[in-house]
Design a protein around this ligand. Structure first.
Ligand code: SAH
Ligand code: SF4
Length: 402
């Protein structure tokens, strides 16, 4: 990282906006057991055949093993009672069913649960479960850290970045279901209430810079014979990686949320530096096609409320003008402060006045209630404990051009 520049008028450092991260493959334990979690059906089929399953049986075996892993939550091949004993032994020789390890679990006074999870290589990511009256939302991570250095986001200040594998992404959902005791009990009456009823890709990382793994993981989560969440219960949040937006519609088809946060390129360049690559007009063009391509209803525009930065009446008016014609809902997020953050949360009256303008223009404008604040579980605050080599306030401010 560059040293903080002592000149008060120093030009902003250009934040890294390239996809210069790798997926580090799982380090195979002794014996080279391959993890079956996160494989697509085709990949699972190939893996089973490579281990000696006959081509003729492969399809049926995929179906059976899939159900054990994703419907019943089984982690041990010995429990797969509709498979012959010697076939179970064969599976155990070649494969494992493994999910991230829970390092700590914190439960907030409001019921929010934050999990710190350890993944291959000793890295850590966070996932947050938010129970509400009519649904339970699991917020999951797609990367360790993030390359995108948005100046108001704690994750963006983390130095180390690596992509999560599909297994590590699906694994977060499985770990939450373990903790909530959500796997069905054989023989018990079918319970239709889902504790994890919604998944949002709003944790650490930029999901569209880890597209293939996120897509494969969401395909597993949406598969009707397993975890079986509908694509309308999955929301992917992106800072605006324009070339991947149409792909998201076509290859995942989930709901989309956009971290919009500003109404002029000048301000958005500072808040969301990837705007320098794909500016507001380019982003909005890509968004206009999304509902048709994905056959989904509305796009959520996320807008973090930063005092004196992006929260004026003029901003609210510009915002509704910019998005006119796009079926949208605007989610106002009171800024979640973190130690050393270079911004403050807008006053409550300001947020309400802003919401009012947006609402009167015909858009739903919910103000997101901060949840799990006592355990730092809120949006943009996620950052793993082992990678806390935090940039200095000066570095953050200089990158943001402040
Ligand atoms: N990288 C993706 C998804 C993760 S961030 C993205 O940027 O969309 C999830 C949401 O939280 C984004 O809208 C992000 O801009 C917002 N956010 C980040 N830091 C925040 C903070 N400190 N307070 C409030 N919202 C924040
Ligand atoms: Fe990355 Fe999203 Fe944070 Fe920006 S807001 S730094 S894109 S996680």
């Amino acid at each position: 990282m560059n040293a903080p520049n002592p000149m008060p008028e120093a030009p902003a450092t250009i934040a890294p906006i390239t996809q210069d991260v790798l997926t580090i493959p799982r380090k195979l334990p002794e014996g080279g057991l391959r993890n079956l979690v996160g494989l697509t059906r085709d990949q699972l089929r190939d893996a089973l055949i490579a281990a000696g399953t006959s081509e003729k049986q492969a399809k049926m075996r995929v179906g059976q093993i899939w159900q054990w892993i994703y419907h019943w939550g089984v982690r041990d091949f010995a429990a797969m009672t509709n498979l012959a004993k010697d076939y179970r032994a064969l599976l155990a020789e070649h494969f494992e069913i493994s999910v991230p390890e829970v390092v700590t679990r914190q439960v907030s006074a409001d019921g929010t649960r934050k999990y710190l999870l350890r993944i291959a290589g000793g890295h850590e990511v966070e996932a947050v479960y938010i129970p509400e009256e009519t649904r339970g939302t699991l917020c999951i991570s797609s990367q360790v850290g993030c390359t995108l250095t948005c100046s108001f986001c704690h994750t963006g200040t983390q130095k180390l970045v690596r992509n999560l594998t599909a297994a590590e992404i699906v694994g977060q959902v499985m770990v939450a279901r373990d903790d909530l005791g959500e796997w069905p009990v054989p023989g018990a009456p079918k319970d239709e209430t889902r504790l994890v009823s919604n998944v949002v890709l709003m944790g650490m990382g930029e999901p569209l810079y880890n597209f293939d793994n996120v897509r494969d993981a969401m395909k597993v989560v949406m598969d009707g014979e397993g975890i079986s969440l509908s694509r309308r219960r999955i929301t992917l949040s992106t800072s605006g990686i324009v070339p991947e937006i149409a792909r998201t519609a076509e290859e995942i088809g989930c709901l989309l949320a956009i971290s919009f946060h500003a109404t002029t390129d000048e301000v958005r360049d500072r808040l969301v530096p990837v705007n320098k690559k794909w500016n507001i007009a380019t982003l909005l063009d890509a968004l206009r096609d999304y509902p048709r391509l994905s056959n989904s209803e509305r796009i959520t525009f996320e807008y973090v409320m930063l005092k004196g930065v992006n929260d004026s009446d003029a901003d609210a008016k510009r915002l509704v003008k910019l998005i006119s014609g796009i079926p949208a809902k605007i989610n106002l997020i009171p800024f979640n402060e973190w130690p050393g953050a270079p911004y403050e949360r807008s006053d409550w009256e300001r947020i309400e006045a802003f919401a009012d303008i947006v609402y009167k223009a015909g858009y739903a404008s919910p103000i997101r209630t901060p949840r799990g604040e006592d355990i730092m579980a809120a949006c943009g605050q996620l950052k793993s404990a082992t990678e806390r080599a935090r940039k200095s306030r000066a570095e953050i401010a200089s990158e943001a051009g402040l």
